[in-house]
Write a protein that binds this ligand. Structure first.
Ligand code: 4AD
Ligand code: MG
Length: 430
């Protein structure tokens, strides 16, 4: 019976054939242990010379790392195995021999691994991170579909710059200037006026000269937008959504979390509600913690975010940032226009901001005034202004960075391991 590693549990004590690669191998004169992988998972194949005979044993023993083969064997239950099963090999059929695979089981430097990213993704750890990424994507669709949101796809080539003009990738659109999307938000606002509750999921681009463990040049963002939703309800959707992601990963990625050595207790605690702290209180808190470098009006850097996050064992919302720090579209607090009705959600354990969101300005005049203050071209935003001309309503939304969320839930240090082919400062290969 032909099957996959993920499905061997259905064939205990039966003979199966699996198309696989050799992830690793150990052998002595009498027994060989083949670490097999087939994309669906990892399993150990045991080849005993006394059982398979000279010829098959010699073939198995000679197979090199990352060679491909069809392996036939009997599925055994084995409590010690991470997957719970082992394969007693009865036959091997080499498909293709890999010679001198560069990523050996020894330690390699980061740059070497990044240069071999196309091969590195085969490793057990990278496989686990990709599976967790997939589970976050899967449960994102599930969460928003179950909560009445419609998936809408904003364009990637755009003529506008929602998050400020300094980090744009410019390109030519025939004779016009165009940019790669930094955020689909403005289009999602239009979509919310048509469909009520919407979400997008797509690539976004920031020409940020930041070389940190949290920054990618190309990253994927989930951007929900909701008509008739104000500041507080927006935060409630976020805490429900993020809790759903954490609990889905816990439930459906047990093997992967184990492979990565993730502390499960930390993830079990990720349940709504999350704490809220205002920017004002965060500044006071930072002063008490000895951060003399921060004054009211300054943006927080990652040491500040981490100091705040370390006080909580769940993500924490920092709300009501100074208006001057945030993009033009955020709704000022009516009682205190020097701050906006926004929140950043900061993940625990030093993973930093995973969500930025706010209530949006729905008053036409105020929006025009803010565009002016940001020296943005009113003509380019004519369509966006029209949303405030025809049946304008309070509305709110947010953007969750997929890779930072994957890093946090997987417990990996750097976002470069959370996307198949990371685009980083100075890295476009492979
Ligand atoms: O806070 P940001 O810039 O917010 C927006 O773009 C809003 N328009 C979203 C919205 O309200 N619809 O980005 C949102 C999130 C951040 O919290 C972070 O998780 C992620 O996107 N992010 C990045 N992730 C990796 N690399 C980068 N360079 C990132 N920049 C932002
Ligand atoms: Mg932000």
């Amino acid at each position: 019976m032909k099957t996959t590693i993920a499905k061997v549990g259905q064939f205990v004590d039966q003979t199966v054939t699996i198309g696989a690669w050799i992830a690793n191998k150990r052998s002595s004169g009498k027994i060989a242990f083949l670490q097999l992988r087939d994309g669906t998972g990892f399993i150990q194949g045991v080849v005993v010379k006394a059982e398979v005979g000279e010829e098959i044993f010699a073939k198995a023993k000679a197979i090199t790392q990352e060679s491909s083969l069809y392996v036939t064997g009997i599925v055994r239950e084995d409590e010690r195995a991470p997957s719970g099963y082992e394969l007693t090999v009865t036959d091997v059929e080499l498909i293709h021999e890999a010679v001198d695979y560069p990523i050996t089981p020894k330690e390699h430097g980061t740059e070497f691994l990044m240069d071999h990213r196309h091969l590195w993704i085969r490793s057990k750890r990278q496989h686990a991170v990709m599976k967790i990424r997939n589970e976050i994507i899967r449960s994102t669709y599930e969460f928003f579909n179950e909560n009445g949101f419609v998936k809408v796809d904003p364009p990637i080539l755009t003529g506008s710059a929602p998050e400020g003009t300094s980090e744009l990738f410019a390109t030519k659109y025939f004779d016009e200037d165009a940019y790669l999307s930094q955020s689909g938000q403005l289009y999602m606002e239009a979509a919310a006026m048509a469909l009520g509750r919407v979400f997008s999921f797509g690539p976004t681009f920031r020409a940020e000269k930041s070389k940190t463990r949290r920054h990618l040049i190309e990253f994927w963002m989930i951007e929900p937008e909701m008509a008739f939703v104000e500041f507080e309800e927006n935060l409630e959707v976020q805490e429900q959504y993020v809790s759903y992601l954490a609990q889905s990963v816990l439930k459906n990625c047990q093997i992967e979390l184990k492979t990565l050595g993730r502390d499960l207790e930390k993830l079990e605690k990720i349940q709504a509600p999350f704490a809220r702290i205002t920017y004002d209180d965060a500044v006071t808190f930072l002063h008490k913690e000895g951060f003399d470098d921060i004054e009211w009006g300054d943006d927080f850097g990652s040491p500040h975010e981490t100091a705040i996050a370390n006080h909580y064992d769940k993500p924490v919302f920092i709300t009501h940032y100074p208006t001057s720090l945030k993009p033009f579209y955020m709704q000022p607090d009516p009682n205190r226009p020097e701050v906006v009705l926004c929140a950043d959600l900061i993940a625990p354990e030093g993973y930093g901001e995973i969500i930025g969101g706010s209530e949006r300005i729905h008053d036409m005049e105020l929006l025009e005034q803010r565009l002016d203050e940001h020296k943005l071209d009113l003509n380019a935003y004519e369509w966006y202004l029209q949303l405030r001309k025809y049946g304008s309503v309070p509305h709110s939304g947010f953007g969750l960075g997929l890779e930072r969320t994957v890093a946090w839930l997987s417990g990996v240090e750097h976002v470069r391991e959370t996307i198949p082919f990371p685009r980083l400062l100075n890295r476009l290969y492979p």
